[in-house]
Design a protein around this ligand. Structure first.
Ligand SMILES: [Zn+2]
Length: 301
């Protein structure tokens, strides 16, 4: 039995906008799933913490961070057509990013085998210098940058139904990070074509697998097995982070994939143990990062 390190729940009650779909009750829904597992003593509850300015600067520009903090302090408002900030959003986004770092510390210390980060707001659309798509700070990128700076090789799996354009841009030219995404196309944010494979410093380390509306779980799993797994095997990551948005679920009203709850469980454990090491996965809600330390990730050929 594995031990699950849980950071959160942090529902960021101060970061909300009446009628907006990215709202505190998302975390309650995720926690119902955790509660259903009835992990007992196999659940390690972790305190969250605020990400520091230095940690945020690893992926965002100084000007953007300063302007976001000031924007919140002055009362917040719309950051783009569908992204908002509230007066209390600044500590919320720092805590959402810091929660992932707390899980990394717990896993690195051997206190747990897998992590789950139940926080909001999400992060994978956030660009180095701009908020976008409900996302203000790119949580998974902050975690990945921390690991990469420590000499780790980081795989980011993004099975959210939307392409993680922010995460892709941040690590576009970074050979320390492999980014793999399945997503609906054509669809917001209109990026993530298969031809987008990374910059000259990291060719082939961005793997986009765009899929049409209606894609079911077996199609998504096959995409990971047949397209992503060989690349992952060659990359040989030491850590796996998952941007585990659940909006690819068949009941999600904002997108058109057709995954079941069981499909997400299968995606979290796609590869069986092999003589070369046990597959390591982690998961979380969108942008909240899921982390798992991986001895080695091996995919079927
Ligand atoms: Zn999404």
């Amino acid at each position: 039995m594995s031990t699950l390190a849980l950071a959160g729940p942090e529902d960021a009650h101060g970061h909300r906008l009446e009628g907006h779909p990215e709202r505190p009750t998302r975390i309650a829904a995720a926690m119902r799933g955790v509660d259903d597992l009835q992990l007992g003593s196999d659940l390690l509850a972790l305190p969250t913490r605020l990400a520091t300015g230095t940690e945020l600067l690893a992926v965002h520009t100084r000007d953007y961070l300063a302007s976001l903090e000031a924007f919140c302090r002055l009362g917040g408002g719309d950051l783009d057509a569908d992204t908002y900030a509230a007066p209390d959003s600044w500590p919320s986004v720092r805590r959402a990013a810091g929660a992932g770092l707390a899980v990394i510390d717990a896993l690195a210390a051997g206190r747990a085998d897998v992590g789950f980060v139940a926080v909001r707001p999400p992060g994978h659309h956030a660009l180095p210098d701009r908020a976008m798509g409900f996302c203000l700070i790119n949580n998974v990128a902050v975690a990945a940058a921390r690991l990469a700076q420590a000499g780790q090789r980081v795989l980011i799996v993004d099975w959210d139904v939307h392409h993680g354009n922010g995460t892709q841009e941040i690590f576009w030219n970074d050979p320390r990070v492999l980014y793999v995404s399945t997503h609906q196309t054509p669809f917001y944010p209109w990026t993530g074509r298969a031809e987008e494979i990374g910059g000259p410093g990291a060719p082939g380390l961005t793997v986009n697998i765009p899929l049409p509306a209606g894609a079911t779980g077996d199609i998504v799993r096959r995409a990971f097995d047949e397209v992503a797994a060989p690349v992952v095997d060659d990359f040989d990551p030491s850590w796996v982070l998952v941007s585990a948005g659940f909006d690819a679920h068949r009941d999600d009203p904002m997108a058109d994939f057709a995954l079941s709850s069981g499909d997400f469980a299968a995606l979290a454990n796609p590869w069986p143990p092999t003589p070369r090491g046990r597959a390591g996965w982690c998961w979380s809600s969108r942008g909240a990062t899921t982390l798992r330390r991986s001895a080695r990730v091996c995919g079927p050929r």
